[in-house]
Design a protein around this ligand. Structure first.
Ligand code: AP5
Length: 529
């Protein structure tokens, strides 16, 4: 994520920061429409990582790898290589650090509806989908006349772009799939698939006339990409983190307001989905900004172990959504749940976690073989940290009467070093020891350690003292925005809604909440410049 900072001095000091996310571009078009030629120019200007499935496959073929041997015959015949080979190759390449940092330019993928759907499922979406449009007869001439320089990778054409020197000319090669007959077959396959792929990206599709000099085509692409890049820069006043803490997230990230009917149990599928997505977005933002010690605290009735309606299935679903999303990004996620604790009469599992590990093991972890590969199940402790793990999700780690999880947790996070550890609904407060006396040994250190996890999502319903009906309001915080305080109001129509009363840089205490409900003005704590 690149950051630009500029300063403007007028009557007072004003500092503007902007965060620009890397560009994500897809380029498509019939064989020889000029994708490779334009990609070279785009990468020179925008510094994107060029991912061409054709080039990747040709490299595999020439190195004689297993993938290359499987792909060779399909390519030489001008047919598509089977999806599973190409998709695995592309997703592995997209998940590499350089593509995430610099942005990517995907060329030649997706080439079928199912490939487009694979990306959609993994939430891999470009900012723009460019289609180069060139008449058939021109395409055939371009293919038949195309020559490649095996040393530089540069693309030439015997008539349109002849090589600069005799030396280069002597070493040029022709692609085996560039005969007239094979080009016709490739063109046919392209046409069969083009419409279905375009429909997936219809809202970001830009068709460009590719039958013009390459510099003219590039000029148009350049101005489009510059515009997209500009749109991606989110202007911010003051320092990013400071400023973002001063903002409520309402109105951002397609947030749709707090769902109603939270007293209806079981929660509807929509409500559960809403919260899973809300938590996921906040977690992703925090991880993308390099945060590594995070906690999610979400306390809707089905996730509140103190309520009769607590459902472990809802907690498991939430964990699955988060874990699979990171696994889809190519991360190896270890989902950890503490084992039996304590000794003698006090041995056992915190009630909230009983059966959790079995459920995790038997859960449906998707059709892509994520389980055992990108998702692994573990316990809590230093020995659970393996070299290949990229991040850890800890399911409701908690102290049990007579036993403290914090030492194991600390050993684990020490071993994880700078890899992210996300605690989902942790309960790390001190509990009475077996003799009823508080465990005081090292208490301060333990509490300090528990507090070192940064909240990346917080949601709690508020009730009037001593009751659980009706709901009074809610507090929500979604990283990196402020804590938002909502009041639930009944509408004359019989519906209910949540209205925002105030926002806070830190979790509000009960006085602050009461004052906001009573309409008392609050001293603004945010920084305004
Ligand atoms: P791939 O390499 O992607 O081939 P393609 O899509 O058929 O595209 P080309 O590389 O032929 O053309 P291009 O559009 O890049 O044009 P270029 O810039 O070179 O894929 C090859 C094979 O791999 C496939 O057939 C398939 O088997 C397999 N494969 C790849 N991806 C797959 C996937 N996702 N799923 C399954 N299988 C997959 O230009 C062409 C010529 O025109 C050059 O000589 C150039 O100099 C010239 N030229 C370019 N622009 C201009 C211009 N503006 N004016 C005049 N001449 C121009």
């Amino acid at each position: 994520m690149a950051m630009e900072v500029g300063a403007e001095v007028k009557t007072g000091l004003k500092v503007y920061c902007s965060i620009s996310e890397p560009l994500k571009v897809m380029i498509s078009g019939a064989p020889a429409s000029g994708k490779g030629t334009q990609c070279e120019l785009i990468c020179q200007k925008f510094g994107l990582v060029h991912i061409s499935t054709g080039d990747l496959l040709r490299a595999e073929v020439s190195s004689g790898t297993e993938i290359g041997n499987k792909a060779k015959d399909f390519m030489n015949a001008g047919q598509l290589v089977p999806d599973e080979i190409v998709t695995a190759m592309v997703t592995a390449r997209l998940s590499r650090e350089d593509a995430k940092e610099k942005g990517w330019l995907l060329d030649g993928y997706p080439r079928s509806f199912s490939q487009a759907q694979s990306l959609e499922k993994m939430k891999i979406r470009p900012d723009i989908y460019i289609v180069l449009d060139v008449p058939d007869e021109i395409l055939i001439d371009r293919c038949v006349g195309r020559r490649l320089d095996p040393v530089t990778g540069k693309i030439y054409h015997v008539k349109n772009f002849p090589p600069e020197t005799e030396e280069i000319k002597a070493r040029l090669v022709t692609r085996p799939d560039d005969t007239e007959e094979k080009v016709k077959s490739r063109l046919e396959i392209y046409k069969q698939n083009a419409e279905a792929i375009s429909s997936t990206y219809s809202n970001i599709l830009k068709k460009i006339d590719g039958n013009r000099p390459k510099e003219v085509v590039f000029e148009e692409i350049y101005s489009m990409l510059s515009q997209v890049q500009k749109d991606k820069v989110k202007p911010m006043k003051l320092g990013t983190t400071l400023e973002s803490l001063n903002q409520a997230s309402s109105g951002k990230d397609n947030w749709r307001g707090i769902p109603t009917r939270l007293n209806n149990i079981p929660h509807s599928r929509e409500i559960r989905k809403y919260f899973y997505e809300d938590v996921l977005q906040a977690t992703q933002r925090a991880i993308n900004e390099g945060r590594t010690r995070l906690k999610v605290e979400i306390n809707i009735p089905e996730l509140n172990p103190e309520m009769d309606v607590y459902r472990i299935g809802t907690l498991m679903e939430l964990v699955r959504v988060i874990a699979l999303s990171f696994a889809d990004d190519g991360k190896r996620v270890k989902v950890c749940v503490q084992g039996s604790m304590g000794e003698g009469a006090l041995a056992g599992m915190p009630l909230q976690l009983a059966g959790t590990r079995k459920i995790l093991e038997f859960m449906d972890w998707g059709d892509y073989g994520a389980m055992g590969n990108f998702i692994n199940i573990g316990s809590i402790g230093a020995k659970e940290v393996d070299e290949q793990d990229d991040m850890f999700i800890l399911v409701a780690p908690q102290n049990a009467v007579g036993n403290c999880i914090i030492d194991d947790l600390k050993a684990m996070t020490d071993a994880a070093e700078n890899r992210p550890v996300i605690l989902i609904n942790p309960r790390l407060k001190d509990l009475p020891g077996s003799s009823g006396i508080m465990q005081t040994m090292g208490r301060d250190k333990r509490l300090e350690y528990a507090a070192s996890f940064q909240s990346c999502y917080f949601f709690r319903l508020l009730y009037y003292m001593g009751t659980q009906y009706p709901i009074m309001g809610a507090i929500r915080m979604s990283y990196p925005y402020r804590y938002e305080l909502y009041k639930r109001v009944d509408e004359p129509s019989g519906n209910e809604k949540y209205i925002i009363l105030s926002t806070f840089p830190e979790k509000p205490n009960s006085d602050e909440i009461n004052n906001a409900f009573l309409g008392k003005p609050r001293k603004e704590m945010g920084v305004d410049v």
